[in-house]
Design a protein around this ligand. Structure first.
Ligand SMILES: *[C@@H]1O[C@H](CO)[C@@H](O)[C@H](O)[C@H]1NC(C)=O
Length: 332
């Protein structure tokens, strides 16, 4: 082998490495409004999501965006509000713009330093990521003019028009989400919580129902008016001192909102497809219709598909995957 060939091979390997550290996505098709869509700016659906450039969750977020657009009858009337660490904004802006050239989106800086002192370690490391807590700060991060937003996790896809979810009647509530009223709350909090009278009495005057915080319709005006961010932070401080639960950002939401949530049809969060905290567990859908599939839990469809150990439902996620797998360059 001559010197130049070695040099070229080395360069190709270096190129492959730099490409691997910058995830690439295929360009999504342009989705256009149907004739019945209103051109009025008040008829816009606002969606908030986090984007994490440093983890494979970005691949999930991109798939989620594609699924929203593909099933919207008025895709041009959707606006995405992405939260991410400021350091990644230039790369994220170019990645999102290249993947969805027609997307209406905004990027907002989420500073992990704001929440890091409040995070206590949970049973799953992935739940301790600061971006996981960004949903608590949506009302202060998004523009004051925004009255309502739908928050979506990164490990889900929609298979229905998001306008139906957007039109949820929140009545007097701040939040709307699918609820599960037969859940046993004993399991969500530690014995310390239940045995401390001032804490254990939290749910006494309520009928608390479990809800998953990965899909929420939020009245931002009411949230700001009643300072719910501070109420959530209050519980996170108690958690820091007394360890009253084992999960991440969910328990504070249950403590503040459970029993005070507008019901949303269960079809809008078919959760648990990641199989809880167990590896290799395939979950089935809950009975009833499906508008949104959510791989909450440890298993993610992109990991299982790449590992050739996919669960049957993971094949429903695959068509929304725009991730470009890097070609391996061999020196032949
Ligand atoms: C909830 O779970 C606890 C602990 O496993 C049990 O003692 C209690 O009876 C359960 N409550 C209901 C209503 O099932």
């Amino acid at each position: 082998m001559t010197m130049p060939r070695i040099l070229i091979a080395t360069l190709l390997v270096l190129l492959a490495h730099s490409a691997a550290s910058h995830p690439q996505f295929n360009e999504a098709p342009a989705f256009r409004n149907g004739k019945s869509c209103s051109p009025s700016p008040t008829e816009v659906v606002h969606i908030a999501m986090t984007l994490d450039y440093s983890t494979p969750y970005l691949r999930g977020s991109i798939a989620a965006v594609l699924s929203v657009l593909q099933h919207s009858s008025c895709p041009e009337n959707t606006v995405f509000h992405f939260l991410s660490v400021p350091l990644h904004h230039p790369l994220l802006r170019s990645t999102v713009a290249a993947t969805f050239p027609f997307l209406r989106f905004h990027l907002y800086p989420f500073h992990p330093s704001a929440v890091l002192p409040l995070i206590s370690s949970s049973v799953r490391h992935a739940l301790d990521q600061p971006l996981n807590y960004a949903r608590i700060y949506l009302p202060s991060l998004l523009p004051r003019s925004l009255a309502r937003v739908i928050y979506l996790d990164s490990d889900l896809i929609l298979v229905d028009d998001i306008a139906h979810l957007w039109n949820t009647n929140l009545h007097s509530h701040v939040l709307g989400a699918p609820q599960y009223c037969h859940a046993n709350f004993t399991h969500y909090f530690t014995p310390t919580f239940w045995s401390t009278p001032s804490l254990g009495a939290t749910f006494r005057r309520r009928t608390p129902c479990y809800f998953n915080t990965g899909v929420m319709v939020i009245d931002l005006l009411k949230w700001r008016r009643h300072a719910f961010t501070q109420k959530l932070e209050h519980w996170m401080r108690i958690q820091k001192r007394y360890r009253i639960y084992d999960l991440g950002s969910l328990p504070p939401f249950l403590l503040v909102f459970a029993g005070d949530v507008a019901p949303v049809d269960h079809r809008w969060n078919q959760h648990g497809l990641g199989g809880d905290n167990l590896r290799g567990l395939c979950r089935d859908l809950h009975p009833g219709p499906v508008s949104l599939l959510h791989w909450s839990g440890k298993g993610k469809p992109w990991l299982r598909l790449d590992a050739k150990r996919a669960c049957t439902l993971d094949y429903l996620w695959a068509p929304y995957d725009l991730f470009k797998h890097q070609m391996l360059i061999s020196d032949s």
